[in-house]
Design a protein around this ligand. Structure first.
Ligand code: MRU
Length: 364
């Protein structure tokens, strides 16, 4: 089970040197039909790719934001501008793309801080920034691996897992979050199956999760989002596993619109509902989910998918990209530092003080 595709990477333009280079991504808007790589050469190209969802998924956005800072520094050298000025402009551009996933701001701030510490504007400085961006990328990859191991401990042999949106290789710098647990469990037990909700309005579940699981030969069944509650009622699903874009200090978790109803349905049927996310997706500065900024997207994504009207022109459209699942519906948060059980208010701070593996000291 080895994936032969890479969601994001820095590619040098000339052999033997690390810079100049480009950021190579998979254009996720082209999946599942075409696996197309694109080389991003400027900050504005990265911003466009983020806003249009060519790249998406909270951890991947953080990594892309980091590489955008390297591109900004590279451009500064070409234009004989101070790196700090170019990086400041880049940060403003990237910050304006998507507001909900906190990882984007974590990755961006990490690299902006590194750039600000650099006094010189020379090729060696860009190389040092690239090393910092790759370091952030690598720590994200390691976080995915650890989340996968902790998450797989929650999946018994033969389990069927219901998931939402895309939380895998395509969404991160590694094997993913919720899907990393699936990949690990599959390696351990073999007999693992996934139900992937299609995830309206942009079908990340049907287009992306189903595609990457098929690439990795893991059995996957796609269902309409409105079929999830009845599937859970049948008692054939062992647990629901989803990712997160931002988790507040009390454990409230923002994720793709439609996650909250899944949590309600899981609670109704007594099925565990797990949120798997790296610590870069936590925003402990905000007390509750009410403070999470929710992105609203273009009405056309809802009423004119694939360029064809599915509602009369001129209707009002409600199109939040994310919802917030209240902490009380979450059975556990799975991070790279361990599994966090309720009460989250007490146990999340323990994670950030490096304690674990099981910050509650007991399993539910
Ligand atoms: O709008 P998207 O596709 O970027 O939304 C992505 C999600 O909601 C994911 O579930 C989340 O970012 C976690 S990815 C590991």
């Amino acid at each position: 089970m080895a994936a032969d595709f890479v969601s994001i990477q820095w590619v040098p333009l000339e052999p033997g040197t690390r810079v100049p280079g480009v950021v190579r991504i998979i254009d996720q808007t082209r999946l599942p039909d075409d696996l197309v790589y694109r080389d991003l050469t400027s900050v504005s190209a990265v911003a466009e790719a983020i806003a249009s969802l060519r790249i998406r998924g909270a951890p991947l956005l953080g990594i892309a934001a980091g590489y955008a800072v390297v591109l900004a520094a590279q451009q500064a050298l070409l234009r004989k501008r101070p790196i700090a000025d170019s990086v400041r402009d880049a940060a403003e551009t990237i910050r304006g793309t998507r507001p909900t996933a906190v990882d984007l701001f974590v990755g961006l701030n990490r690299l902006v801080e590194a750039a600000v510490r650099m006094r010189s504007s020379e090729p060696a400085a860009v190389e040092r920034l690239l090393a910092a961006a790759e370091d952030f990328h690598e720590s994200g990859r390691r976080a995915c691996a650890a989340i996968g191991r902790y998450g797989a401990d929650l999946i018994p042999p033969g389990a069927r897992i219901l998931t939402y949106c895309n939380t895998g290789i395509l969404a991160t710098g590694g094997e993913g979050t919720a899907l990393a647990a699936v990949y690990q469990a599959y390696r351990r037990h073999g007999d693992i199956g996934v139900f992937a909700c299609e995830t309206r309005p942009l079908w990340q579940g049907a287009r992306l999760t189903a595609w990457e699981l098929r690439q990795c030969r893991i059995p996957v069944t796609v269902l309409c989002d409105n079929a999830a509650a009845s599937l859970l009622a049948r008692g054939e699903v062992h647990c629901v596993m989803v990712g997160a874009d931002r988790i507040a200090a009390n454990g409230d978790a923002a994720n793709k619109i439609g996650t909250f109803p899944l949590a309600l349905a899981a609670a109704c049927h007594g099925i565990p509902f797990y949120v798997l996310a790296p610590t870069t997706s936590f925003d402990t500065q905000i007390p509750t989910g009410a403070q999470i900024p929710i992105e609203h997207r273009s009405p056309s994504e809802v009423v004119r998918p694939f360029g064809r009207n599915i509602a009369p022109e001129g209707v009002g459209v409600y199109s939040p990209a994310f919802d917030v699942t209240p902490a009380k519906y979450i059975s556990a948060l799975v991070t790279e530092r361990g599994v966090v059980y309720p009460p989250f208010q007490t146990n999340i701070p323990r994670v950030f003080r490096q304690e674990c593996r099981d910050p509650s000291g007991e399993k539910k």
